[in-house]
Design a protein around this ligand. Structure first.
Ligand code: ATP
Length: 258
């Protein structure tokens, strides 16, 4: 794993890498006169599990929305699977899980999935099979026919994750996927994310949780809209002389303007 992450680190510093799933070139985003992302250069490789780690308000969601094509950069460019974003053409190849759940609360879990399945053009036996498979994965099979208004916060997160996986996307963008999810299920979701990664799915997720960051192939540390370091967890620890990601974050991301 370390070797794999190390190899990726070397190759992915090139933003013209042909195997990049995502390329950000001097990406900025301002709201009014306030710049919240500053010239972000980053390449994320196909099949990589990449974590964006940073404090609240550092710009993680803004960056993920730009990658998903839900927002346009104020400067620079975002390429997703070789297409300049925003671009509707690639949307069917991407699964996106927002930080706030975009679900229909008056519908049941199953009806929500049927709705999203129809958006992705899934029907018949394949639709039935995919719905059963993703609901099993997030452990909601028993709650398929309950209205989402009766779901807990964690159940809604799990259903949102199920929606993002429904059409078997080649790229997953997950904004804080495990918030509000209990430790046992969090573990099983991580097992699944690692297995998807091993099948070649590219995954980008945001997190505040240090032990989650530690499981990523590479991590981008983001602070005040600046990417202060990008490397494998081991590389970040080595570069900072730290024994944990948390310490590495303090040393490498601690207000320094890289
Ligand atoms: N639509 C908007 N209009 C104005 N400011 C915005 C908008 N969206 C985000 N911001 C600002 O951009 C900054 C980055 O926000 P963002 O949501 O990307 O941070 P984050 O790292 O995802 O935080 P959290 O971990 O709390 O979700 C914040 O200061 C936020 O207030």
């Amino acid at each position: 794993m370390a070797e794999r992450a190390g190899e990726k680190t070397v190759r992915s510093n090139r933003t013209d890498d042909p195997v990049a799933a995502i390329e950000l070139l001097k990406v900025t985003r301002s709201f009014g006169s306030r710049k919240v992302l500053h010239e972000i250069d980053l390449a994320i490789l196909r099949g990589e599990l990449f974590g964006l780690l940073g404090p609240s308000g550092s710009g993680k969601t803004t960056l993920v929305k730009l990658i998903a094509g839900l927002d346009a950069p104020s400067g620079g460019s975002v390429l997703l699977l070789g297409e300049r974003m925003p671009n509707r053409r690639v949307l069917g190849r991407v699964g996106y899980m927002a930080q706030s759940d975009a679900l229909y609360s008056e519908l049941t879990g199953k009806q929500n999935l049927e709705f999203f399945a129809s958006l992705y053009g899934l029907s018949g036996a394949r639709r039935t099979e995919r719905i059963a498979s993703v609901m099993k994965l997030v452990d909601l099979t028993e709650h398929l026919n309950k209205p989402v208004s009766a779901y807990s916060g964690g159940m809604k997160r799990r259903l949102s994750l199920a929606v993002s996986l429904l059409h078997e996307p080649e790229l997953l963008l997950l904004d804080e996927p495990t918030v509000g999810i209990d430790p046992v299920l969090r573990q099983s979701i991580w097992t699944e994310l690692l297995s998807l990664r091993d099948k070649g799915i590219t995954i980008v997720l945001t997190t505040h949780v240090m032990d989650e960051a530690d499981r990523c192939d590479r991590i981008g540390l983001i602070r005040e809209g600046r990417l202060t370091a990008v490397d494998s967890p081991e590389g970040l620890k080595r570069a900072s002389g730290a024994s944990t990601i948390e310490e590495a974050f303090i040393v490498l991301g601690g207000g320094t303007r890289a």
